[in-house]
Design a protein around this ligand. Structure first.
Ligand SMILES: Nc1ncnc2c1ncn2[C@@H]1O[C@H](COP(=O)(O)OP(=O)(O)O)[C@@H](O)[C@H]1O
Ligand SMILES: [Mg+2]
Length: 359
């Protein structure tokens, strides 16, 4: 096993007695991009600030390349950690030229600094702006200068805190992809904080899902999406549908057929959770739906309540006959049936998650 570039162990940070970061451990391998993903206020920025050295943990240790850089008594100052930082409000120095902004953290002769700055500006496609001033650049261009500035001193680790959230939507995808390409080229290990699942899916080699100060799950984007730890982890990435069922003999019966609930005692409750894109729709034929199959289970009837076109897909809401509750279904392209139309739904059984109900 390779020595991780960054390893944090059992980090705790308390504010006013509350454990805002609550026993967080995390490793990042050299050259990897890890996204710390979680809702606002869950402790992402606080974690990043401790790694950067601008805040101090109450418990726990931080190691870089196997060497301790910070625990509760020993502490290497931020400027000697070889860690680059990029935040949403990445202020460039307005009175310095673009080239001097990028060269700001560099050591060496003036010529050497300008050479490295020029090299990075070239990489982000802005070398012609080297002698201009930040206010002459667009928001997206300033962002790229900030990235060049952060990467210029060849940091071992880049910490990025919601770096794209200030950009408008149309720019964002392009800048994310460019940024990722440059980070990979430079071989930086990256910890990127975001509350947007799409951003994490797009950027990350590994996602660490954070909630209430804790890491609830870690893994490749594919695994987190398809093998989520709990109901909230499913809901963080998409709309969800939930059916509650009672367990008898490790099985629960639902209108869509039975589901396995291994390890749940008789009388225990489970939530069967599935995404709107994993429901199929069939037309009603004289009060009958399609035949049950092993993969799709049993069809259940509902009536269209509302249908909306969303661009690349349509969202249809059904009021189900069996419990009078609404299930959400998404369908590629345009599908806008009239409200009141009866239809039959089946769920992709291998895309359903069964979670025991706690408490
Ligand atoms: N210096 C501070 N003093 C008191 N509470 C703080 C301080 N910094 C952050 N918090 C609180 O800690 C929690 C986590 O904050 P933060 O790490 O910024 O979350 P995130 O970046 O995930 O949105 C929030 O409830 C926030 O109000
Ligand atoms: Mg934050």
């Amino acid at each position: 096993m390779q020595t991780p570039r960054l390893e944090i162990r059992n980090l705790v940070r308390r504010f006013e007695g509350r454990r805002v970061v609550d026993d967080v451990s995390l490793t990042i391998q050299p050259g990897h991009v890890t996204c710390l993903l979680g809702p606002s206020g869950c402790g992402k920025s606080t974690t990043l600030r401790m790694i950067a050295g601008v805040d101090m943990q109450d418990e726990g240790e931080i190691h870089v390349d196997g060497t301790l850089i910070c625990d509760t008594v020993f502490r290497i100052p931020p400027e000697r950690r070889q860690i680059g930082l990029m935040f949403q409000d990445f202020a460039l120095f307005p009175h310095l030229s673009v080239g001097d902004n990028v060269a700001f953290g560099l050591k060496g002769s003036k010529a050497e600094k300008r050479k490295r700055a020029g090299e990075l500006l070239e990489r982000v496609g802005l070398s012609h702006y080297i002698d201009e001033f930040p206010h002459q650049l667009s928001g997206g261009e300033q962002q790229r200068v900030a990235l060049a500035r952060a990467l210029a001193p060849r940091p071992k680790i880049m910490l990025m805190d919601e770096p794209f959230s200030g950009l408008d939507n149309r720019l964002r995808d392009g800048i994310r992809d460019e940024t990722l390409a440059l980070l990979k080229e430079e071989g930086a290990s990256v910890l990127l904080v975001t509350h947007e699942p799409e951003e994490a899916m797009r950027m990350a080699d590994e996602i660490a899902l954070m909630r209430d100060g804790r890491i609830v799950q870690r893994g490749a984007p594919y695994n987190i999406y398809n093998n989520p730890a709990d109901k909230a982890a499913v809901a963080f990435f998409s709309d969800i549908n939930v059916l509650r069922g009672e367990v008898q003999g490790a099985l629960t019966q639902t209108p869509f057929g039975q589901f396995l609930a291994p390890g749940v005692p008789d009388g225990g409750q489970v939530d069967i959770v599935f995404r709107p894109q994993h429901v199929s729709i069939d037309f009603d034929r004289n009060g009958r739906g399609p035949n049950p199959t092993e993969l799709a289970g049993t069809p259940a009837r509902g009536v269209v309540e509302r249908a909306r076109f969303m661009g690349s897909e349509s969202l249809v809401e059904f009021r189900m006959d069996f419990n009078d509750e609404v299930l959400k279904v998404t369908v590629p392209n345009v599908f806008i049936p009239k409200p009141g139309t009866p239809m039959w739904l089946t769920v992709r059984r291998n895309r359903c998650f069964v979670f025991p109900v706690k408490g």
